[in-house]
Design a protein around this ligand. Sequence first.
Ligand code: NAD
Ligand code: MG
Length: 392
Amino acid sequence: MNKVAVLGATGSIGASTLDVIARHPDRFRANILSAHRNVAALAALCATHRPELAVIADPALEGELARRLAADGVRCEVASGQAALAAAAAGTQCDTVVAAIVGAAGLDSTLAAARAGKRLLLANKESIVLAGPLLLEALRTGGGELIPVDSEHNAIFQCLPGGRPNLRASGVRKLVLTASGGPFRGRSRAELAAVTPDQACKHPKWSMGRKISVDSATLMNKGLEVIEAHHLFGAPAAAIEVAVHPQSLVHSLVEYVDGSVLAQLGNPDMRTAIAHALAWPDRVESGVTPLNLATCGALEFGAPDLDTFRCLALAFQALRAGGDAPAILNAANEVAVEAFLAGALPFLAIAEVVEGVLAELPPQAVVDVESLVARDGEARAAARRLLLRSCS
Ligand code: NAD
Ligand code: MG
């Protein structure tokens, strides 16, 4: 029995993961569940999945979680706080960790799982964007393995020989990440000036949490994924391309030097990537409707509009700049997206804030987690200053 920790169990990836696990009670058990502040949802998940341990990130809510579980007759250990999350990810109550917390808040538990040699199913792309070299080092020393859950990276993983080899020796010329283009594909800058958070979160193909939905609308999500692909597969920026593919049926492609292009296709439902990553190298059913080529229609591909969706260009810029520039980009983006979702920042100003913070903080070499976290804090402070300026 594979004991799985679902960190971020109350989120969109958390729900899809628990759905797949529940289909295979003979193979997987959701043994640790965590949430940020939604005690009611976490308690309900515990009643259904009966984990050994439930962790609520906000320590003020631990008592309430314990009370609810007791009232429902659910016997399960309770813990709280970021340190408890990291301890749970590294502890003996799980073999596999699904890192499905959103944002840099997922970094500690992701690193802890890697250091402890777990099978790490990475959805939390912000942690690898923020601390790529440190996460890879933790995986090496911990002796565990990382299977990407982000659909594009999972697709590339499936199209590479043996998962994650040396690209040049394997004859790989290019990684092509597909992007749906988000809800605002084809719009001009003028048309984007007044878009609302609800419009930005209405993704045409994927149902996701609000932060990643906004990132998809700005194309920052694709930018973060370019940086994620660089770290996961050891590809330089010049060997990573983005193709807009509105149907979201081709999840990404790998081009080889002989002209072969391998792609992974499927209906847009994260349960495919999650089931693949949970069972790899086996295959298990995911509950996803099979792709019907006779009815799916035409597949279109095109180049991204980098002038309108500047966040993608900024991410390439940060990757080329190197050092901790991707961490700065990520932190500034998290602050800007939060402000946009709160109605305090116009959509187009998200890119302006990120660009301003990148200009203000020239990249430094990545040394250790402590200095990275400090730089993340500096970038957030710089972003807040720019926000104040743009709102006054
Ligand atoms: P979501 O907002 O639906 O869920 C986020 C989860 O993280 C929740 O369980 C929440 O309780 C928890 N969380 C939030 N802040 C926290 C904190 N400070 N401390 C501890 N826990 C916290 O988000 P999601 O859409 O499920 O995305 C999760 C991650 O997966 C993100 O990094 C996202 O980029 C990535 N991802 C998501 C999808 C998708 O289809 N939803 C696809 C690819 C990658
Ligand atoms: Mg993705």
